[in-house]
Design a binder for this molecule. Structure first.
Ligand SMILES: [Zn+2]
Ligand SMILES: [Zn+2]
Length: 356
């Protein structure tokens, strides 16, 4: 692990870039005080001299509690006053991350941060909400209904009546219901069941993560507290994804029919016989269209079934445009041809009759 010599600045006389190992300022001669901030220039060379390496590895320098002289950890007594080290304080040992190592004596980072904090760009008014509002306004114009004055131009109605007959029909089922007369019975497939047939041997690729070793890398720098810096090394496991072919047994199923006895039988049911229709229309006020149900004479074994009814009014507005709309029976009977009405027309074409 490489050890490099850093620098320090003298706070008394302003001398900068003093060699890290110097315990006194080379210009004013004052001792390097406790709390000195060491830094490591980018181009600091690696230390190779054995004696200097031993001094760097001995530990943090100390500052004499009696005379404030600065001393290496290799020294047991103060080089200034000769007193033993005792409870003298030491320079701080500090670990830096890869991007945190101080490269010079002053704090120039604050200025860099201030320059980076530029004012945010102004947004164009045509982004986001402005465009959405414009689209909503256009949609509203296309889809919003508008009211118009119109007259009833024509009326038409349509009614149907189903006639059912009680008849013998042939049906088939898994059991003969009450009233049914069996014609024949036979074996038939009622459902299918999934049955395990056999296993098939197959192959598939499986992956697994295998640790292949460990990687050592420089993860920062340690300020040794004596004017020297040492690279910090960290390790992390290295992995590799490996594939292998695996054999496995896959179950294969087959569909097996399940048989049961089915019956054909005759039975009496109400079924649709005919659908009768009645319709009428009018486009003159003198001839009101009065809806009526289709008339029929029910014979024996016949009855009435479902009824349907539909009433449609056609309106004509002042521009001559016509619109058709289904209405309820009471509105249909109340409004004669030529009667004035207010209608609500959507731009998609649907019409709603407004009640007076
Ligand atoms: Zn100085
Ligand atoms: Zn001393």
């Amino acid at each position: 692990m490489a050890i490099r010599e850093g620098c320090w600045d003298c706070g008394s006389c302003g001398s900068v870039a003093n060699r890290g190992r110097a315990v006194n300022c080379p210009r004013c001669g004052l001792p390097r005080p406790e709390g000195t901030r060491f830094y490591l220039p980018e181009d600091a060379p690696e230390v190779t001299d054995e004696a200097q390496l031993a001094r760097a590895r001995a530990g943090a320098d100390w500052v004499c509690e009696h005379c404030a002289a600065s001393a290496s950890a290799q020294e047991a007594d103060c080089p200034g006053c000769g007193a033993p080290r005792g409870a003298s304080g030491t320079q701080e040992v500090h670990d830096y991350g890869p991007d945190e190592i101080p490269r010079d004596g002053g704090d120039r980072r604050a200025a860099a941060r201030a320059a980076a904090a530029l004012p945010a760009k102004r947004r164009s008014p045509w982004t986001g909400r402005g465009v959405l509002a414009a689209i909503a306004a256009m949609l509203w114009w296309f889809l919003a209904p508008h009211e118009v004055s119109a007259v009833v131009d024509a009326k038409s109605w349509n009614r149907t009546l189903e006639v059912q007959a009680y008849r013998t029909v042939r049906e088939s089922d898994w059991a003969v219901p009450a009233g049914g007369r069996e014609v024949r019975s036979y074996r038939a497939i009622r459902e299918y069941r999934q049955v395990l047939d056999h296993y098939e041997s197959r192959e598939r690729q499986v992956s697994e993560r295998v640790q292949t070793g460990t990687r050592t890398y420089t993860c920062g720098t340690r300020d040794l507290g004596n004017g020297h810096f040492e690279d910090r090394t960290c390790t992390e496991p290295e992995y590799e994804t490996r594939y292998r072919t695996e054999r496995y047994q896959e179950p294969i199923y087959r569909q097996e029919p399940v048989y049961a006895t089915k019956h054909d039988y005759d039975i009496e049911r109400w079924v649709r016989d005919t659908v009768l229709a009645a319709a009428g229309e009018a486009d003159e006020p003198a001839e009101p269209a009065d809806p009526a149900w289709p008339v029929t004479q029910l014979r024996e074994r016949q009855r009435e079934g479902e009824r349907t009814e539909k009433y449609v009014l056609r309106f004509r507005d002042e521009d001559g445009d016509t619109y058709e709309s289904p209405v309820a029976l009471d509105q249909f009977q109340k409004l004669r041809v030529g009667a004035p009405v207010r209608i609500k027309v959507s731009r998609a074409g649907s019409v709603e009759l407004l009640q007076e």
